[in-house]
Ligand binder design. Sequence first.
Ligand code: DUC
Ligand code: ZN
Ligand code: ZN
Length: 478
Amino acid sequence: MKLIIKNGTVVTADRTYKSDLICCDGIIKKIGENLEGKADRVIDAEGKFIMPGGIDPHTHMELPFMGTVASETFYTGTAAGAAGGNTMIIDFVIPNPGENLLEAYKKWRGWAEKAATDYSFHVAITWWDESVHADMGTLVKEHGVNSFKHFMAYKGAIMAPDDTLVPSFKRCLELGAIPTVHAENGELVYFLQKEMKNKGIYGPEGHPQSRPPMVEGEAANRAIRLAQAIEVPIYVVHVSCQEALEPIIRARSEGQRVYGECLAGHLEIDDSVYYNKDWAVAAAHVMSPPFRPKKHQEILWKALQSGNLQTTATDHCCFCADQKAMGKDDFSKIPNGTAGIEDRMAILWDSGVNTGRLTMNEFVAVTSANAAKIFNLYPRKGAIIEGADADIVIWDPEAERTISAKTHHQNVDFNIFEGRTVRGIPKYTISRGNVIFDDGELKAVEGAGRYINRPPFNRDYEAVKKSLVFNAPKKAER
Ligand code: DUC
Ligand code: ZN
Ligand code: ZN
């Protein structure tokens, strides 16, 4: 497939310039002025911006969680992502405590073969013994995993206490992998949930009340201090409040390599949603960390502007109304999770670029390039350069869309951004040179996405060499 994109303006994290592009065999082959030649398709991008496809570094497709399974599959979720301008996700392998890491990894790889766009995996460390230590090594050296996730919440399920965090962080350091954390103090959440119920609070308002900002702040600070002691970089997922941001800013100013992610939802939605009279609407917003009092939103925007937070994501984890109803009589049983993969980029553009909070180049940085750099995918992903994967979004800054569950492609019956009109949406999404979102028409193909190896950060050149092989190993080689 040969594709020529003409007359557009290329916008990357570091520059903006007029240029044509030729994509061939899934790669950006040539960038330059007045490019001509035979092609299967020519797109006129006059008045449009040609940017790296979005990378959502935090999704949970078909996740088994809280007694149910997230409703979005790897196919439907990546297809919806493409409708929103995304060309890659990094999802999570989450073994049950005691489950063999490699077996869990293979299980998730199997599920993800349905994906329509490229994907990779963080692997969660939910328990600890010598086999986990060894399997982390195998995942890094043979399977292109360079990041391990730690849930500091969800006591009695997947929570990693300090005696898991410490050896796992140390192992990450040895392997050249980066630890990531869901920062909430799980003991405190457990305690506060009981307190709520003792007071007779069983409705969705109990969710934010049992997970206040200091719960997140304590865990973020503890994880960052542990990483400091162990001298390993750290990435804090879904930073939602000032209390979690403060230790990040302090550590960064002291020279510690700490990265932070925020979610489109936390930038836009506040905790009043949990007091909606309609139980289903309140429950539909239950995710962790919860949406925060409004003042935190501007603080998160400022952190994105200043570079103290580097990435944006969605924590896309869909549960339909019948699944949320599992917590009808007890907020702590409402499956945690909200959608957003289709809307993140448009929300970031409309609330970020259109308002002047972000430049277009900063938009690219926080929607793709920075994630690609932090997770060692750059410049294969997150860049428009010759030789990079032809993962591109052609953005129409003037077109509008009103977000609604009635029209979105996400496989869930609710949209947290319902009714919001955004100006600036994708016109074409191109995955490895194929147009999979074509001027409003979704043409995603089940199974077209490929697993992307991510090399470690250290000088284990053998592991780096293996992971840098651009094409994923065939099924039989896994
Ligand atoms: N938070 C959620 O809301 N859902 C999935 C996991 C998580 O940490
Ligand atoms: Zn989380
Ligand atoms: Zn998550």
